[in-house]
Design a protein around this ligand. Sequence first.
Ligand code: PMV
Length: 325
Amino acid sequence: MSNWVRAHTNIALIKYWGKADEDLILPMNNSLSLTLDAFYTETSVTFDDALRSDELYLDDRMQDLAALKKVKTVLDLVREKAGITSKAKVMSYNHVPTAAGLASSASGLAALAGAASLAAGLELSSEELSKLARRGSGSASRSIYGGFAEWQKGTSHETSFAVPVDDADWDIGMLFIVVSDNKKDVSSREGMSRTVQTSPFYQGWLDSLDDDLSAMKLAIKEQDIHEVGVIAERNALKMHATTLGADPPFTYWSPDSMKAMEAVRALRDKGYSVHFTMDAGPNVKLICRQTQLEEIRTHLLNDFSESQLISARPGPGLHVVSRPG
Ligand code: PMV
């Protein structure tokens, strides 16, 4: 039987920004995302008594201790649950269409949660897998599911996990504008903690979330692409505004991010329903009709190159694959 597990990445429409508990990775707010077909990670785990320490290979390259840290957290939880003491060899392949440097922590840690529990003989529910993935990287809790998923913040390890919201079997797509593949200066972990601790705008962010979340759920239910985009864009802008108020202040935007935002606004002036969102990096993700992805991409080719533009559609949840590739 194969022990390869595939998880797809997700992009939040309502962002997770700030931790209530740094160790357990409990968030300050609920978040809601769409899982996508275009980017995924495939991982296999082998527990082996002959190993003296855990090993992580990413795209066939052995990773250092820093990269192993989140992975070890998940492996330790699986070992504890299954009563295993042996170390593990983790093989992981990231499938990203170009050298885009797009966040792979969501798909990576979700695939690891699936592969490690499979290798340990644990039969975990989606809810349990979501909690396990969460301990590696918060956003990974949502990549257990295909379509839309909501990470319910909870108040403890046991009560903080994602649930499916709705399938995404309708005319919604995303288009990535890759403006940079550089490693980010401020990691999401550091960015969140600095913002929570020092930004006077953080409370304003938290206060506006319930309204954004309930409006988003309604828009998804009604399959209203315009409303989904409007709410996602304003939610992302609010999240990024909190970083400007932090001490020291920072931003994930680059001049090219702003060029991409302007291109989106110009497309709206042409009559397209298209909005953007951004995460802890300069790349810009467009939310639009799946049936207009190619048309919109063609317009954007005036300002960006082929390889900077990647179309994505809703993708599936965590699943076992026969072999990597
Ligand atoms: O899961 P992390 O620690 O990589 O944090 C992700 C944070 C954002 O991408 C900015 C927002 C989100 O909800 O995915």
